[in-house]
Design a protein. Structure first.
Lengths: 172, 100
C-alpha cells in the first residue's frame, strides 16, 4: 500500500512537472521518471515483464527519440505571442479551457469510480505473471494482431524516412 | 492492499494531466509528450483490469499499445522536424494553412 502511494505520487508529480516545464529537455527527463514510477506500479500488479518492457522500450527507446529531436531542433523555449516571462500555465485566454477540461474530466472519472460497489475492487488470487504464459497467448490467440503489428512498424519506418527527408527542390 | 479502484483513479488523474497538457501547452514536442502520458495512463488501467480478471489479455494489449506509441512517436517527430524546417517554430498556432 505504501509503495503504491509512493509510486503513484512520483508518477503524478512528475507528469505535472512535464506539463509545467518550459524547457522540453526537462519535460522529457521528467517523463522518464514518471515512466519509472509506472514500471514500479506494474511490478506491484504482478506484471514484471510489462515493467521491464516499459523501462526498455519507453524510457530507453521512445524517450531517447524525443530527446534526440529536442536536441536536433535546438528550440528550447516556447514561442507565443505572450510575454516570455509569463509561465505557460498562467497564460490567459483559451488555454484556461484545457485546465478546466482536465479538472472536469478527473472529477467525473473519480465520481464514476467511487459511486460503484466497493466489493468489486479487491484483486483476486490468480495472476498471470510468467513470460511463458504471455508468449503463448501472444503467439496463439493474438498471432494475427502480432503480425499486423510488424506491418505497422514497417509503415511507420517508411513514413518517418519519407517525411523527414529533405526536399531536394526546396534548397538548391 | 490497493484495490482496482485505486489504480483506476490514478490512471484517471494521469489521463487528465495528459489532456491538460495537450490543451494548455503551445509546443509541439510537449504536446506529443502529453499524448505519451495519456497512453501510459490507459496502459496502467489495462494492466490493472487484467490483474483483476486474472487473465493475460491486459498485458498483451499493453504491448500493442507500446508498439503503436513507438510508431506514433516516430511519425509524429518526423512531422515535427518537417514543420520546423518550414517555419522555424514549434508553436502549433503558426501552422494555420495546409499548403505553403
Amino acid at each position: 500500500m505504501t509503495l503504491f502511494y509512493l509510486f503513484g505520487a512520483v508518477a503524478v508529480i512528475a507528469s505535472l512537472l512535464v506539463i509545467a516545464q518550459r524547457n522540453p529537455i526537462y519535460s522529457v527527463l521528467l517523463l522518464i521518471a514518471s515512466f519509472g514510477a509506472l514500471s514500479g506500479l506494474y511490478v506491484l500488479l504482478d506484471a514484471p515483464f510489462v515493467a521491464v518492457t516499459q523501462i526498455i522500450v519507453y524510457a530507453g527507446a521512445i524517450m531517447v527519440l524525443f530527446l534526440f529531436v529536442v536536441m536536433l531542433l535546438n528550440a528550447p523555449h516556447e514561442e507565443t505571442e505572450h510575454d516570455e516571462k509569463v509561465h505557460p500555465l498562467r497564460r490567459p485566454g483559451p488555454m484556461r479551457f484545457g485546465a478546466a477540461l482536465a479538472v472536469a474530466l478527473v472529477v467525473e472519472l473519480i465520481w464514476a469510480l467511487t459511486r460503484g460497489t466497493s466489493e468489486a475492487g479487491a484483486f483476486g488470487e490468480t495472476a498471470v505473471s510468467s513470460v511463458r504464459a504471455l508468449g503463448r497467448s501472444l503467439f496463439t490467440d493474438y498471432a494475427f494482431a502480432f503480425e499486423v503489428t510488424s506491418v505497422l512498424i514497417l509503415v511507420a519506418m517508411v513514413g518517418a524516412v519519407v517525411l523527414a527527408k529533405r526536399d531536394p527542390r526546396a534548397h538548391s | 492492499m490497493p484495490t482496482l479502484n485505486d489504480y483506476l483513479v490514478l490512471s484517471a488523474i494521469l489521463f487528465a494531466i495528459g489532456t491538460a497538457g495537450v490543451f494548455v501547452r503551445r509546443n509541439l514536442i510537449t504536446i506529443l509528450l502529453s499524448i505519451e502520458i495519456m497512453l501510459n495512463a490507459v496502459n496502467l488501467s489495462f494492466v490493472a483490469f487484467g490483474r483483476s480478471l486474472g487473465t493475460a489479455d491486459g498485458q498483451i494489449i499493453v504491448f500493442f499499445v507500446m508498439t503503436v506509441a513507438a510508431a506514433e512517436a516516430a511519425v509524429g517527430l518526423a512531422i515535427v522536424i518537417g514543420l520546423f524546417r518550414h517555419r522555424e517554430s514549434l508553436n502549433p498556432d503558426t501552422f494555420t494553412s495546409l499548403k505553403w
